[in-house]
Write a protein that binds this ligand. Structure first.
Ligand code: AMP
Length: 400
Protein backbone atom coordinates (compact mmCIF):
# COMPACT_ATOMS: atom_id res chain seq x y z
CA UNK A 1 0.00 0.00 0.00
CA UNK A 2 1.15 3.57 -0.71
CA UNK A 3 0.82 5.73 2.37
CA UNK A 4 0.95 9.51 2.34
CA UNK A 5 2.51 10.85 5.53
CA UNK A 6 1.63 14.45 6.33
CA UNK A 7 3.16 16.79 8.87
CA UNK A 8 1.13 19.97 8.72
CA UNK A 9 2.31 23.18 10.36
CA UNK A 10 0.60 26.54 10.48
CA UNK A 11 2.22 27.74 7.25
CA UNK A 12 3.96 24.62 5.99
CA UNK A 13 3.18 21.05 5.00
CA UNK A 14 5.79 18.29 4.82
CA UNK A 15 4.94 15.05 3.07
CA UNK A 16 6.34 11.68 2.12
CA UNK A 17 4.76 8.98 0.02
CA UNK A 18 5.94 5.63 1.38
CA UNK A 19 5.49 2.19 -0.12
CA UNK A 20 4.55 0.12 2.93
CA UNK A 21 5.78 -3.13 1.39
CA UNK A 22 9.33 -2.02 0.62
CA UNK A 23 9.28 0.86 3.15
CA UNK A 24 10.90 2.99 0.46
CA UNK A 25 10.17 6.69 0.15
CA UNK A 26 8.67 7.14 -3.31
CA UNK A 27 8.57 10.93 -3.13
CA UNK A 28 8.83 13.68 -0.56
CA UNK A 29 8.47 17.39 -0.36
CA UNK A 30 7.52 20.54 1.45
CA UNK A 31 4.95 23.30 0.89
CA UNK A 32 6.05 26.58 2.42
CA UNK A 33 4.43 29.94 3.06
CA UNK A 34 0.87 28.64 3.02
CA UNK A 35 -1.44 31.59 3.61
CA UNK A 36 1.49 33.99 3.17
CA UNK A 37 2.64 35.66 -0.03
CA UNK A 38 5.39 33.81 -1.91
CA UNK A 39 4.23 30.21 -1.54
CA UNK A 40 6.35 27.39 -2.92
CA UNK A 41 6.40 23.62 -3.19
CA UNK A 42 9.64 21.64 -3.24
CA UNK A 43 9.13 18.10 -4.48
CA UNK A 44 11.47 15.21 -5.06
CA UNK A 45 10.64 11.81 -6.45
CA UNK A 46 13.12 9.03 -5.65
CA UNK A 47 15.89 8.98 -8.22
CA UNK A 48 14.74 12.19 -9.87
CA UNK A 49 15.87 15.76 -9.47
CA UNK A 50 14.33 18.10 -6.95
CA UNK A 51 11.87 20.64 -8.35
CA UNK A 52 10.51 23.85 -6.88
CA UNK A 53 7.17 25.29 -7.96
CA UNK A 54 6.24 28.84 -7.04
CA UNK A 55 2.53 29.19 -6.47
CA UNK A 56 0.38 31.08 -4.01
CA UNK A 57 -1.33 28.75 -1.52
CA UNK A 58 -4.02 30.79 0.22
CA UNK A 59 -4.98 27.82 2.40
CA UNK A 60 -3.89 24.26 3.16
CA UNK A 61 -6.42 22.63 0.81
CA UNK A 62 -4.60 24.26 -2.11
CA UNK A 63 -1.32 22.92 -0.71
CA UNK A 64 -2.72 19.35 -0.48
CA UNK A 65 -4.04 19.75 -4.02
CA UNK A 66 -0.57 20.80 -5.18
CA UNK A 67 1.00 17.82 -3.44
CA UNK A 68 -1.42 15.48 -5.24
CA UNK A 69 -0.64 17.19 -8.56
CA UNK A 70 3.10 16.79 -7.96
CA UNK A 71 2.68 13.12 -6.99
CA UNK A 72 0.61 12.40 -10.11
CA UNK A 73 2.62 14.63 -12.48
CA UNK A 74 3.66 12.80 -15.67
CA UNK A 75 7.28 13.89 -15.42
CA UNK A 76 7.99 14.33 -11.70
CA UNK A 77 5.25 12.18 -10.19
CA UNK A 78 5.32 8.62 -8.89
CA UNK A 79 1.67 7.52 -9.11
CA UNK A 80 -0.85 7.55 -11.95
CA UNK A 81 -3.78 8.79 -9.88
CA UNK A 82 -5.04 9.60 -6.41
CA UNK A 83 -6.59 6.12 -6.23
CA UNK A 84 -3.15 4.66 -5.60
CA UNK A 85 -2.95 6.34 -2.18
CA UNK A 86 -4.22 3.68 0.25
CA UNK A 87 -4.12 5.77 3.44
CA UNK A 88 -2.93 9.03 4.94
CA UNK A 89 -1.00 9.22 8.22
CA UNK A 90 -0.95 12.54 10.05
CA UNK A 91 1.58 13.60 12.63
CA UNK A 92 -0.41 15.18 15.46
CA UNK A 93 1.54 17.04 18.10
CA UNK A 94 -0.69 16.87 21.17
CA UNK A 95 -3.05 14.10 22.16
CA UNK A 96 -3.31 15.22 25.79
CA UNK A 97 -4.46 12.37 28.04
CA UNK A 98 -6.99 11.31 25.44
CA UNK A 99 -4.67 9.31 23.18
CA UNK A 100 -2.23 6.67 24.39
CA UNK A 101 -1.82 5.32 20.87
CA UNK A 102 -2.49 6.03 17.20
CA UNK A 103 -6.06 5.92 15.89
CA UNK A 104 -8.04 5.96 12.67
CA UNK A 105 -9.52 9.44 12.29
CA UNK A 106 -13.25 9.73 12.88
CA UNK A 107 -15.49 12.70 13.77
CA UNK A 108 -14.99 11.87 17.46
CA UNK A 109 -11.20 11.79 17.04
CA UNK A 110 -11.23 15.19 15.32
CA UNK A 111 -13.28 16.58 18.19
CA UNK A 112 -10.87 15.13 20.76
CA UNK A 113 -7.88 16.63 18.91
CA UNK A 114 -9.74 19.95 18.91
CA UNK A 115 -10.15 19.66 22.67
CA UNK A 116 -6.35 19.38 22.96
CA UNK A 117 -5.78 22.66 21.04
CA UNK A 118 -5.48 24.50 24.34
CA UNK A 119 -2.36 22.47 25.12
CA UNK A 120 -0.70 23.07 21.73
CA UNK A 121 -2.24 26.23 20.31
CA UNK A 122 0.36 26.57 17.55
CA UNK A 123 0.41 22.96 16.42
CA UNK A 124 -2.91 21.16 16.87
CA UNK A 125 -5.03 23.66 14.89
CA UNK A 126 -2.57 23.32 11.99
CA UNK A 127 -2.65 19.52 12.25
CA UNK A 128 -6.46 19.66 12.13
CA UNK A 129 -6.37 21.80 9.01
CA UNK A 130 -4.20 19.13 7.39
CA UNK A 131 -6.77 16.45 8.29
CA UNK A 132 -9.69 18.51 6.96
CA UNK A 133 -7.88 19.35 3.72
CA UNK A 134 -7.12 15.67 3.08
CA UNK A 135 -10.72 14.71 3.91
CA UNK A 136 -11.93 17.25 1.39
CA UNK A 137 -9.65 16.06 -1.39
CA UNK A 138 -9.59 12.31 -0.57
CA UNK A 139 -12.90 11.63 1.23
CA UNK A 140 -12.72 7.86 0.77
CA UNK A 141 -9.13 7.35 1.86
CA UNK A 142 -8.70 6.26 5.51
CA UNK A 143 -6.68 8.64 7.64
CA UNK A 144 -4.75 7.93 10.81
CA UNK A 145 -3.56 10.21 13.60
CA UNK A 146 -0.17 9.46 15.14
CA UNK A 147 0.54 11.53 18.24
CA UNK A 148 3.87 12.91 19.45
CA UNK A 149 2.64 12.55 23.03
CA UNK A 150 1.10 9.05 22.92
CA UNK A 151 4.19 6.96 23.65
CA UNK A 152 4.77 8.87 26.90
CA UNK A 153 1.27 8.24 28.26
CA UNK A 154 2.72 5.29 30.19
CA UNK A 155 4.61 7.68 32.51
CA UNK A 156 3.63 7.24 36.17
CA UNK A 157 2.04 10.11 38.10
CA UNK A 158 5.27 10.76 40.02
CA UNK A 159 6.99 11.53 36.71
CA UNK A 160 4.28 13.60 35.08
CA UNK A 161 3.00 15.73 37.97
CA UNK A 162 4.58 19.13 38.60
CA UNK A 163 5.09 20.57 42.08
CA UNK A 164 2.10 22.85 41.64
CA UNK A 165 -1.31 22.89 43.37
CA UNK A 166 -3.03 19.68 42.27
CA UNK A 167 -6.13 21.63 41.22
CA UNK A 168 -4.27 22.90 38.12
CA UNK A 169 -3.82 19.34 36.99
CA UNK A 170 -7.48 18.60 37.70
CA UNK A 171 -8.83 21.78 36.12
CA UNK A 172 -6.47 22.31 33.21
CA UNK A 173 -4.55 19.04 32.84
CA UNK A 174 -1.27 20.83 33.52
CA UNK A 175 1.26 17.98 33.62
CA UNK A 176 4.23 16.56 31.75
CA UNK A 177 3.20 15.06 28.41
CA UNK A 178 6.49 14.78 26.52
CA UNK A 179 6.98 14.90 22.76
CA UNK A 180 8.97 13.18 19.99
CA UNK A 181 7.14 10.04 21.17
CA UNK A 182 7.13 8.47 17.70
CA UNK A 183 10.91 8.83 17.60
CA UNK A 184 11.53 7.56 21.16
CA UNK A 185 9.35 4.54 20.41
CA UNK A 186 10.95 3.85 17.01
CA UNK A 187 14.53 4.28 18.25
CA UNK A 188 14.15 2.22 21.43
CA UNK A 189 12.52 -0.61 19.44
CA UNK A 190 15.22 -0.47 16.77
CA UNK A 191 18.03 -0.35 19.37
CA UNK A 192 16.73 -3.56 20.96
CA UNK A 193 16.35 -5.19 17.54
CA UNK A 194 19.93 -4.22 16.59
CA UNK A 195 21.14 -6.00 19.72
CA UNK A 196 18.94 -9.02 19.02
CA UNK A 197 17.15 -8.45 22.34
CA UNK A 198 13.58 -7.95 23.47
CA UNK A 199 12.84 -4.29 24.28
CA UNK A 200 10.77 -5.52 27.21
CA UNK A 201 13.98 -6.78 28.87
CA UNK A 202 15.96 -3.53 28.51
CA UNK A 203 16.27 -0.15 30.20
CA UNK A 204 16.95 2.28 27.38
CA UNK A 205 17.72 6.01 27.42
CA UNK A 206 16.94 7.63 24.08
CA UNK A 207 18.66 10.96 23.37
CA UNK A 208 16.72 12.63 20.53
CA UNK A 209 19.07 15.53 19.83
CA UNK A 210 17.84 17.60 16.92
CA UNK A 211 16.88 21.22 16.61
CA UNK A 212 14.22 20.30 19.16
CA UNK A 213 15.69 17.84 21.66
CA UNK A 214 14.42 15.48 24.33
CA UNK A 215 15.63 12.51 26.34
CA UNK A 216 13.43 9.65 27.48
CA UNK A 217 13.68 6.73 29.86
CA UNK A 218 12.19 3.63 28.25
CA UNK A 219 11.97 0.92 30.90
CA UNK A 220 11.09 -2.56 29.68
CA UNK A 221 9.32 -1.17 26.59
CA UNK A 222 7.47 1.71 28.25
CA UNK A 223 8.30 5.40 28.52
CA UNK A 224 8.61 6.15 32.24
CA UNK A 225 9.97 9.70 31.98
CA UNK A 226 10.93 12.29 29.39
CA UNK A 227 12.50 15.73 29.44
CA UNK A 228 9.89 17.76 27.55
CA UNK A 229 6.87 18.78 29.57
CA UNK A 230 3.49 20.40 29.10
CA UNK A 231 5.06 21.93 26.01
CA UNK A 232 8.25 21.18 24.06
CA UNK A 233 10.05 24.03 25.85
CA UNK A 234 11.19 22.08 28.91
CA UNK A 235 14.29 19.98 29.36
CA UNK A 236 17.46 20.13 27.31
CA UNK A 237 19.08 23.23 25.88
CA UNK A 238 17.90 23.09 22.24
CA UNK A 239 18.61 24.89 18.97
CA UNK A 240 16.57 27.97 19.89
CA UNK A 241 14.61 26.82 22.99
CA UNK A 242 15.97 27.37 26.47
CA UNK A 243 14.90 24.13 28.15
CA UNK A 244 14.85 24.04 31.98
CA UNK A 245 14.83 27.39 33.76
CA UNK A 246 14.07 28.74 37.17
CA UNK A 247 10.43 29.77 36.51
CA UNK A 248 11.05 33.06 38.32
CA UNK A 249 13.39 34.14 35.51
CA UNK A 250 10.43 34.69 33.19
CA UNK A 251 8.92 37.44 35.36
CA UNK A 252 12.34 38.85 36.26
CA UNK A 253 13.54 39.42 32.70
CA UNK A 254 10.05 40.36 31.54
CA UNK A 255 9.99 43.17 34.09
CA UNK A 256 13.53 44.40 33.40
CA UNK A 257 13.09 44.34 29.62
CA UNK A 258 9.42 45.38 29.59
CA UNK A 259 8.39 42.25 27.77
CA UNK A 260 4.89 40.80 27.85
CA UNK A 261 4.47 37.08 28.54
CA UNK A 262 4.00 36.52 24.81
CA UNK A 263 7.25 38.32 24.06
CA UNK A 264 9.09 36.34 26.74
CA UNK A 265 7.68 33.16 25.28
CA UNK A 266 9.10 34.21 21.94
CA UNK A 267 12.51 34.77 23.55
CA UNK A 268 12.42 31.36 25.23
CA UNK A 269 11.24 29.48 22.14
CA UNK A 270 13.00 31.25 19.30
CA UNK A 271 15.93 33.27 20.59
CA UNK A 272 17.40 31.07 23.31
CA UNK A 273 19.07 27.67 23.33
CA UNK A 274 22.47 27.35 21.66
CA UNK A 275 21.55 30.25 19.35
CA UNK A 276 20.98 32.66 22.22
CA UNK A 277 23.85 31.37 24.34
CA UNK A 278 26.46 31.46 21.58
CA UNK A 279 25.15 34.45 19.66
CA UNK A 280 26.32 32.52 16.59
CA UNK A 281 23.83 29.97 15.30
CA UNK A 282 21.32 27.29 16.22
CA UNK A 283 23.15 24.90 13.92
CA UNK A 284 25.70 22.67 15.59
CA UNK A 285 27.90 22.63 12.51
CA UNK A 286 28.42 26.40 12.83
CA UNK A 287 29.03 26.08 16.55
CA UNK A 288 31.57 23.30 16.05
CA UNK A 289 33.46 25.40 13.52
CA UNK A 290 33.43 28.45 15.76
CA UNK A 291 34.61 26.41 18.76
CA UNK A 292 37.40 24.87 16.68
CA UNK A 293 38.46 28.37 15.64
CA UNK A 294 38.77 29.31 19.32
CA UNK A 295 35.46 31.07 19.97
CA UNK A 296 35.04 30.83 23.75
CA UNK A 297 31.28 31.37 23.80
CA UNK A 298 30.77 28.60 21.27
CA UNK A 299 32.89 26.28 23.45
CA UNK A 300 30.97 27.23 26.60
CA UNK A 301 27.65 26.70 24.79
CA UNK A 302 28.61 23.21 23.65
CA UNK A 303 29.83 22.37 27.13
CA UNK A 304 26.58 23.54 28.72
CA UNK A 305 24.59 21.59 26.11
CA UNK A 306 26.48 18.35 26.77
CA UNK A 307 26.40 18.85 30.55
CA UNK A 308 22.61 19.25 30.58
CA UNK A 309 22.16 16.14 28.43
CA UNK A 310 24.50 14.13 30.69
CA UNK A 311 22.56 15.26 33.79
CA UNK A 312 19.34 13.88 32.28
CA UNK A 313 21.05 10.59 31.47
CA UNK A 314 22.18 10.37 35.10
CA UNK A 315 18.69 11.20 36.35
CA UNK A 316 17.03 8.60 34.14
CA UNK A 317 19.55 5.98 35.13
CA UNK A 318 18.42 6.56 38.71
CA UNK A 319 14.75 6.60 37.66
CA UNK A 320 15.09 3.17 36.04
CA UNK A 321 17.41 1.67 38.66
CA UNK A 322 20.11 1.32 35.99
CA UNK A 323 20.55 1.53 32.25
CA UNK A 324 21.41 -1.06 29.61
CA UNK A 325 21.39 1.03 26.43
CA UNK A 326 21.91 4.70 25.59
CA UNK A 327 20.81 5.52 22.03
CA UNK A 328 21.61 8.78 20.22
CA UNK A 329 19.37 9.96 17.41
CA UNK A 330 18.20 12.95 15.28
CA UNK A 331 20.39 15.53 13.49
CA UNK A 332 22.89 16.18 16.28
CA UNK A 333 22.72 12.73 17.88
CA UNK A 334 23.28 10.95 14.58
CA UNK A 335 25.92 13.25 13.12
CA UNK A 336 27.77 15.21 15.74
CA UNK A 337 30.65 13.08 16.98
CA UNK A 338 32.05 15.88 19.15
CA UNK A 339 28.80 16.36 21.10
CA UNK A 340 28.41 12.58 21.56
CA UNK A 341 31.96 12.41 22.82
CA UNK A 342 31.42 15.29 25.26
CA UNK A 343 28.27 13.64 26.65
CA UNK A 344 30.04 10.27 26.71
CA UNK A 345 32.85 11.68 28.85
CA UNK A 346 30.38 12.12 31.74
CA UNK A 347 29.21 8.52 31.56
CA UNK A 348 32.35 6.71 32.63
CA UNK A 349 30.90 6.35 36.15
CA UNK A 350 28.36 3.96 34.60
CA UNK A 351 31.16 1.74 33.34
CA UNK A 352 30.66 3.11 29.85
CA UNK A 353 33.55 3.18 27.41
CA UNK A 354 33.22 4.61 23.94
CA UNK A 355 35.33 3.51 21.00
CA UNK A 356 36.37 6.90 19.59
CA UNK A 357 37.12 5.40 16.19
CA UNK A 358 33.53 4.19 15.86
CA UNK A 359 32.29 7.47 17.29
CA UNK A 360 33.93 9.31 14.39
CA UNK A 361 31.38 7.75 12.02
CA UNK A 362 27.99 9.31 11.51
CA UNK A 363 24.50 9.07 10.12
CA UNK A 364 24.23 5.29 10.34
CA UNK A 365 23.32 2.55 12.80
CA UNK A 366 26.34 2.09 15.06
CA UNK A 367 27.41 0.60 18.36
CA UNK A 368 29.81 3.15 19.82
CA UNK A 369 30.74 1.42 23.04
CA UNK A 370 33.53 -1.12 23.40
CA UNK A 371 32.61 -4.79 24.00
CA UNK A 372 33.68 -4.38 27.68
CA UNK A 373 31.39 -1.39 28.25
CA UNK A 374 28.72 -2.09 30.88
CA UNK A 375 26.23 0.07 29.00
CA UNK A 376 25.74 -0.25 25.26
CA UNK A 377 25.96 3.20 23.61
CA UNK A 378 24.50 3.36 20.12
CA UNK A 379 23.52 5.60 17.23
CA UNK A 380 20.09 4.73 15.87
CA UNK A 381 18.89 7.04 13.08
CA UNK A 382 15.29 8.01 13.66
CA UNK A 383 12.63 7.89 10.98
CA UNK A 384 9.40 9.44 12.21
CA UNK A 385 7.74 9.33 8.80
CA UNK A 386 8.35 5.61 8.47
CA UNK A 387 7.05 5.07 12.00
CA UNK A 388 3.88 7.01 11.09
CA UNK A 389 3.49 4.97 7.89
CA UNK A 390 3.85 1.71 9.84
CA UNK A 391 1.27 2.80 12.42
CA UNK A 392 -1.12 3.87 9.66
CA UNK A 393 -0.74 0.54 7.87
CA UNK A 394 -1.32 -1.38 11.11
CA UNK A 395 -4.52 0.55 11.86
CA UNK A 396 -5.87 0.24 8.31
CA UNK A 397 -5.21 -3.53 8.29
CA UNK A 398 -6.82 -3.97 11.74
CA UNK A 399 -9.93 -2.21 10.49
CA UNK A 400 -10.40 -4.54 7.56
P1 AMP B 1 16.96 17.76 13.21
O1 AMP B 1 16.06 18.71 13.93
O2 AMP B 1 16.90 16.37 13.73
O3 AMP B 1 16.84 17.84 11.71
O4 AMP B 1 18.45 18.24 13.54
C1 AMP B 1 18.94 19.46 13.04
C2 AMP B 1 20.29 19.77 13.63
O5 AMP B 1 21.20 18.66 13.45
C3 AMP B 1 20.96 20.92 12.92
O6 AMP B 1 20.63 22.13 13.53
C4 AMP B 1 22.43 20.64 13.07
O7 AMP B 1 22.88 21.34 14.20
C5 AMP B 1 22.53 19.16 13.36
N1 AMP B 1 23.25 18.47 12.29
C6 AMP B 1 22.74 17.95 11.16
N2 AMP B 1 23.71 17.39 10.40
C7 AMP B 1 24.87 17.58 11.08
C8 AMP B 1 26.23 17.22 10.84
N3 AMP B 1 26.60 16.59 9.72
N4 AMP B 1 27.15 17.55 11.77
C9 AMP B 1 26.79 18.19 12.89
N5 AMP B 1 25.53 18.56 13.18
C10 AMP B 1 24.57 18.25 12.30
Amino acid sequence: MKILVINCGSSSLKYQLIDSETENVLAKGLCERIGIEGGSLTHQAAGKEKITLKKEMPEHTTAVQMVIEALTDKEHGVIASLDEIGAVGHRIVHGGEKFAGSVIITKEVVQAIEECCDLAPLHNPANLIGIRSCEEIMPDVPQAAVFDTAFHQTMPEKAYLYGLPYEYYEKYKVRRYGFHGTSHDFVSARAAAMLGKDRNDLRIIVCHLGNGASISAVKYGKSVDTSMGLTPLEGLIMGTRCGDLDPAIVGFIGEKEHLSYQEMSDVMNKKSGVLGMSGISSDFRDLGEAAAAGNERAKMTLEAYAYRAAKYIGAYTAAMGGVDVIAFTAGVGENNCAVRSMIGSYLEFLGTTIDEEKNSLRGEELILSTPESRVCVMVVPTNEELAIARETLRLVCERR
